[in-house]
Design a protein around this ligand. Structure first.
Ligand code: PXG
Length: 476
């Protein structure tokens, strides 16, 4: 295999270089320096990663919830190379298109639920969600209801990091503390996180209560002012929050009754992550818009988009005139070619269906074996998403204080054992490639148990806090 200049350098030289020049996303650089600089990942194949020191990790996060097809599919590299040689770039403005954008639009309409026949291309999930804000407001202008501009979202939601997407997000204690967020016209309601917020109520009671919080806010604002409600079918970065069964049917009813558009953020849930192709299908939802990204290209190229239902597309395209919105790379030909090849392989090999029927039950049963661990208060999940909720006292759902330390310690124990599993405060989250095998799932579960045991030992040891040696941040 050809060795690039970067991978030829010694790991410590790379760490030093990186420390000198690289401003990382969501990173406390003080903490990064204290641990001696970043991990340097140089190679990946299937569900495994290798670092510059030659250590192997099993990637139970599929990168950042995105490498659905697994690493190392040479066909995707070949598709990119072919497209770069043929037409590396042209734009989709000014009454122009090119074969990869036109074909990807058709293929997306085939895999999406009925009625989703149009896509607006972006380069990321954040841009997709910024597009949602502009598109939803434009839609209500076009249909003569310009007062419907408020968008509802949820506490602790993650919808991206641009000004609009971060405002849609509900990360109040972190993201909204910086830079004057949220922007006006965005409101947040309770998330359906039973373990944390459910108190004495049953999950079903709490699910209804969380749904009715959406209705209460709509009524408080005045339904004639509310444009849309945006939510992930299952919250990912918030900690894999699977809502109680009562939640989604009630939210869908509420949106319908009050004329509020339903936007299901499919950036993580799309492309087989929850079992069916889209998380909306998992819950039988009938959304109006679906932002997508991540699994669209399995992370091999940056690309996202907003899938638009006919009932929204028709007024916007038919009588909306020009929508003053778009990006240089909207429908980038190389990104579209790679996404096309990704979807072609997912379909040709039946990866989504095989995963749903064979891998999901094995994965969900495997992670649920960890429910008996004394550190685990709850195991939740659906499809190829799961979370181990750590708790100081599982019997009473008592959470660790301060929030995040034990999760971060557990994450470090996972990494030390060659497992990539993220922590979101006290939720250890999993989102492996859809192509993971049963033996590899066994490896994940085994390593996760070992990390839990070691975390438990570290807490029990009086000298040294549980989080010692872990980065200070709760994100990891
Ligand atoms: N929506 C959802 C539901 C996401 O999870 C975005 C939008 C934004 O996508 P882009 O492509 O702009 O990043 C995301 C992204 C984490 C983590 O730590 C999660 C994401 C991104 C980075 C880190 O879990 N999700």
């Amino acid at each position: 295999m050809a060795t690039s200049q970067a991978t030829a350098a010694a790991p410590n030289d790379l760490r030093a270089l990186d420390t000198r020049h690289h401003f990382h996303p969501f990173t406390d650089h003080g903490a990064l320096g204290a641990r001696g600089g970043p991990r340097v990942i140089t190679r990946a194949e299937g569900v495994h990663l290798w670092d510059a020191d030659g250590r192997r990790f099993i990637d139970a996060m599929a990168g950042l919830w995105c490498v659905n097809i697994g690493y190392g599919r040479r066909e995707l590299a070949a598709a990119a190379a072919r497209q770069m040689a043929e037409l590396p770039y042209y734009n989709t403005f000014f009454h122009t298109t090119h074969p990869p954008a036109a074909e990807l639009g058709r293929v997306l309409a085939e895999v999406a639920p009925p009625g989703f026949n149009h896509v607006f291309f972006t380069n990321s999930g954040s841009e997709a969600n910024d597009t949602v804000i502009r598109m939803v407001r434009r839609y209500f202008d076009v249909i003569g209801k310009p007062e419907r501009h408020v968008i509802l979202s949820r506490d602790n939601a993650y919808h991206g990091s641009t000004m609009g997407a971060a405002s849609l997000g509900g990360m109040k204690e972190t993201m909204h503390r910086q830079g004057g967020l949220p922007i006006p016209g965005i409101e947040h309601v309770m998330e359906p996180y039973w373990y944390k917020l459910g108190g004495e109520r049953t999950p079903d009671e709490f699910g209804l209560e969380a749904a009715r919080a959406v209705e209460e806010r709509i009524l408080a604002l005045g339904p004639e002012r509310v444009a849309a409600f945006i939510a992930e079918p299952i919250q990912g970065a918030g900690g894999v929050i699977v809502p109680p069964d009562t939640y989604w049917p009630e939210v869908a009813r509420i949106c319908r009754e009050h004329g509020v558009l339903l936007v299901t953020d499919e950036v993580i849930c799309g492309f087989g992550r929850t079992g069916p192709w889209f998380g909306s299908e998992y819950y039988g939802l009938d959304p109006d818009l679906m932002p997508i990204a991540k699994g669209l290209s399995s992370g091999y190229m940056p690309i996202g988009g907003v899938m638009v239902h006919d009932r929204i597309a028709e007024p916007l395209l038919g009588r909306g005139g020009e929508f003053f919105h778009g990006f240089t790379w909207s429908g980038h030909p190389v990104a579209c070619a790679v996404a096309l090849e990704n979807i072609r392989i997912l379909r040709a090999e039946g990866i989504v269906e095989h995963c749903r029927e064979h891998t999901v039950p094995y994965f969900q049963a495997g992670v649920r074996e960890l429910a008996d661990h004394p550190l685990v208060g709850e195991v939740r999940g659906a499809g190829m998403l799961a979370a181990l909720q750590l708790a100081e006292d599982p019997a009473t759902r008592k959470r660790f204080e301060p929030e995040g330390e034990v999760g971060a310690a557990c994450r470090e124990r996972c990494l030390a054992n060659g497992l990539v599993m993220r922590s979101v405060t006290e939720s250890m989250v999993l989102s492996p490639p859809l192509v993971i095998s049963r033996a590899e799932i066994d490896e994940v579960v085994e390593k996760a148990r070992l990390a839990l045991d070691e975390t438990m030992d570290a807490i029990a040891r009086p000298a040294g806090p549980a989080g010692a040696g872990a980065p200070a941040g709760a994100r990891g």
